[in-house]
Design a protein around this ligand. Structure first.
Ligand code: SF4
Ligand code: SF4
Length: 195
């Protein structure tokens, strides 16, 4: 006989509260309450082995109200925003956007596991504001010099290969319409502050 597991009311309340908080920070509709815990997201994720919880596990923790565990998890910071999980999720859950929502909470409360992810995001958005896009060589060099200096020599052959094939440039490339993009980013900042 299968016995249905029923959460105690306080766990259900904490889960509902945290779910509502994550939803309020997610751009658009998360559909997180529709997660059926099938695990397709974790099975599709190229970063799953580096995460302390798979996306499925993280969403189970959200629904269990384990707020502290979630906002201290490295999982959102390991997310590459590749959207592979989103394409495969049978419930159309906005997994990548939920990862960003958790990062927003963790940044505000300084609960991220280390400053590698926030620092990378800060440099990336700084370049987007300045050039309108990322400057891969500058971003990578700065990131490795600050955080993984011993791994820098190992990256050099790949950088040369990308450069030889015209995939990256030595100097930053500036897009046209930077002023419009900067206005959009300023507005996004305003909306974020108002949340
Ligand atoms: S693939 Fe979608 S429904 Fe399945 S566990 Fe992941 S988020 Fe939940
Ligand atoms: S978007 Fe993030 S969580 Fe989803 S498969 Fe890609 S790396 Fe994994």
């Amino acid at each position: 006989m299968v016995v249905a597991q029923v959460s105690p009311p306080e766990v259900a309340d904490a889960g509902a509260r945290f779910l509502a908080e994550v939803n309020s920070k997610t751009a658009g509709v998360s559909h997180l309450d529709m997660c059926i815990q099938c695990g397709s997201c974790g099975g599709s994720c190229p970063s799953a082995s580096a995460m302390d919880h798979t996306p499925r596990g993280l969403f189970a923790l959200i629904r269990a109200g384990k707020r502290d565990e979630v906002i201290r998890s490295n999982t959102p910071w390991m997310c590459l925003s590749c959207y592979h999980c989103v394409v495969r999720c049978p419930q159309e859950i906005a997994i990548t956007d939920v990862m960003y929502a958790i990062k927003v909470i963790a940044e505000k409360e300084h609960t991220y596991p280390n400053n590698v992810g926030p620092d990378f995001a800060g440099v990336f958005i700084g370049q987007a504001r300045r050039f309108g896009r990322s400057w891969e060589i500058g971003l990578t060099a700065r990131h490795y010099l600050h955080h993984f200096i011993l791994r820098l020599p190992g990256m050099t052959p790949m950088a040369f290969g990308l450069f030889r094939h015209g995939r990256i440039g030595i100097l930053p490339h500036r897009i046209q319409g930077r002023k419009q993009l900067q206005a959009i980013l300023r507005r996004a900042d305003e909306l974020e502050r108002a949340r």
